[in-house]
Design a protein. Structure first.
Length: 574
């Protein structure tokens, strides 16, 4: 009889423990995530009275795949259009909550004399509340339709996005081992560049591809195609220096804008549940009872920091975002826990070797406790508000309520402002088409130019490179300099007065200068023309692009296709 591979035996043990614990925790009406963590503890080498896994490296690889599927599924539930419709309230509240809780976590770590990286990672873990646990708690308590629940879920979406950004920043910080403002700024700009590039290219190409092969998409082929896109994006993200989880999230968010998003989400769910369970089981394997007993004081202090930080500082963040006191307290009391992203950040710190061994089990212990207390903290919000309302002076309460209503009025008025609409439109055009031009120029200079130089002599190779690069960039340069100049918003502003016309002309001049800068850079890095010849060449290329009817049609057709792809799911739902 052939011997069973250790990895298969470990998988059997993990799934047996996970299955038993999930049934038990379902019976106890507790989150299934906690059952997975307990199952991991029972199957770990730390539990000497039970069979334990032997191939920890194989389980670690499976857990990394689990993180990829978790982030891919999170991206499928995410929509850039929904974020834009939320207004400023969730964004302001989420940023305030994350900043406050990161400071609380870092200060708490410093009280115990932990290293700088331990404090930073602890702050990041405490800043992210658990989307899964809060969603489950609202569902069980029948609060999904409440106004504050909608605000909390919107904030959680923003937190999930910022958590991805935080993961990238902490990875960069872990490599450099120190704070460097320039390097951190370059990392953020790199993140923004690739985020815009991948999203724009993905929205333009992927829905068109899915439409063309729709007749071939059975459930099986749809699942394989979606997972192929997911892991393809994982490889691309890793190649340019980002985490695999970030690539999975980006591809999920792109597919979330397609008509097939719900089908993909339904098909991926069982795979996500399987590998997600393995990830949370692997988290439970990190639990060391002896280490938890040794660090019981820091664990209790971190729990107190989460409770007090959210109930006090997060309430202030929601008040700053324009919410009344009762709603602000209901929102902040709902966020008093840490969850999935804390585990992911802890795994990141451990894999990079920048955090101490004790931090992981401490975070797991804190998460288990705060998960159990989440429903009780949600129920406690209204009694706490009643006590505060009796203590606070009436004048101060009236001031908070008036600030909330004034904020809503300002938002409504600004949303109907022509200038705000124009600035958003021009800003989006300049950002998107600048990123596309930079990507094309970079690819041509680093890959196309050496290839062409190997086929042609030097002068001709440079000229051909310049012509090809300019030709590929031409539709995007036309859009950068001219797209949207005849929109209804621009016409309304042009007819509103002389000052508005001067401002519009200034913006248009800025767009021409930016387009000319791209053309100048292309010619400068290829044919190396300078002086009057270079200026004449740049002006000639710019004017030929701006006044080209074919480029106008091509650019407008590409923009129309992008907008249709972006809104096709919404139109399908309507």
């Amino acid at each position: 009889m052939s011997e069973l591979e250790p990895l298969i035996a470990d998988l059997a043990l993990i799934l047996i423990c996970a299955g038993a614990m999930t049934l038990l925790f379902k019976r106890l009406k507790q989150p299934v995530v906690l059952g997975y963590i307990v199952a991991g503890f029972l199957a770990s080498p730390n539990m000497s009275y039970m069979p334990s896994v032997t191939d920890l490296h194989g389980v670690h690889i499976w857990s990394e795949i689990g993180v990829i599927f978790l982030l891919f599924s999170l991206g499928l539930e995410f929509s850039f259009r929904k974020i834009l419709r939320m207004g400023a309230t969730p964004i302001i509240a989420a940023c305030a909550v994350i900043m406050c809780m990161m400071l609380v976590g870092m200060f708490t770590g410093q009280l115990f004399g932990w290293s700088k990286m331990d404090c930073i990672y602890l702050g990041g873990m405490l800043a992210m509340s658990s989307t899964t646990i809060i969603f489950k708690a609202f569902d069980d308590m029948g609060l999904r339709e409440k106004r504050f629940a909608g605000i909390v879920l919107s904030v959680l979406i923003i937190e999930d996005i910022l958590a991805i950004v935080l993961m990238v920043m902490l990875s960069t910080l872990a490599v450099s081992k120190e704070f460097e403002g320039t390097q951190m700024l370059m990392s953020i700009l790199k993140l923004a560049f690739f985020l815009v590039l991948w999203f724009v290219v993905g929205i333009y190409l992927i829905p068109r591809f899915l439409r063309k092969v729709r007749s071939l998409l059975t459930p099986e082929t749809m699942l394989i195609t979606a997972l192929a896109m997911c892991f393809g994006m994982v490889v691309i993200a890793s190649a340019v220096g980002f985490s695999a989880a970030f690539g999975a999230f980006i591809m999920g968010s792109i597919l979330a804008e397609t008509v097939e998003a719900e089908q993909i989400e339904h098909l991926v769910a069982p795979v996500k549940d399987l590998f997600g369970a393995i990830f949370f089981v692997s988290v439970g394997m990190m639990v060391d009872v002896a280490l938890i007993a040794q660090y019981i004081v820091p664990i209790l202090c971190i729990i107190a920091a989460i409770m007090l930080g959210h109930t006090l500082l997060s309430t202030g963040g929601f008040l700053l975002a324009g919410q009344p006191l009762k709603t602000a307290m209901q929102c902040s009391f709902s966020l008093t826990q840490i969850g999935e992203f804390a585990f992911i950040l802890a795994t990141l710190g451990t894999s990079l070797g920048v955090t101490s061994d004790f931090l992981y089990p401490i975070v797991v212990a804190v998460s288990v406790f705060t998960t159990f207390t989440t429903p009780y903290m949600i129920r406690l919000a209204e009694p706490a508000y009643s006590v505060i309302a009796r203590v606070l002076p009436q004048r101060f309460q009236a001031k908070l309520e008036s600030n909330a209503s004034d904020e809503e009025e300002v938002e409504t008025e600004e949303q109907h402002s022509y200038w705000r609409a124009f600035l958003k439109q021009v800003g989006a055009i300049m950002l998107i088409y600048s990123v596309l031009c930079m990507a094309i120029i970079g690819l041509m200079l680093y890959f196309g130019k050496p290839y062409i130089a190997g086929m042609l002599p030097s002068p001709w190779a440079n000229i051909v490179t310049a012509l090809i690069t300019t030709a590929i960039c031409a539709p995007f340069l036309w859009a950068l300099m001219h797209y949207g100049t005849r929109s209804d918003t621009v016409v309304a502003l042009w007819n509103s007065g002389r000052i508005s016309r001067v401002k519009l002309l200034a913006f248009q001049l800025l767009r021409f200068v930016l387009g000319a800068a791209f053309v100048s850079y292309i010619l400068g890095r290829t044919v190396h023309w300078g002086g009057m010849l270079g200026i004449f060449a740049v002006l000639a290329v710019v004017f030929s692009i701006v006044f080209s009817p074919s480029l106008r049609k091509q650019s407008e057709r590409m923009s129309q296709t992008f907008n249709e792809n972006l809104s096709q799911r919404e139109k399908e739902e309507e």
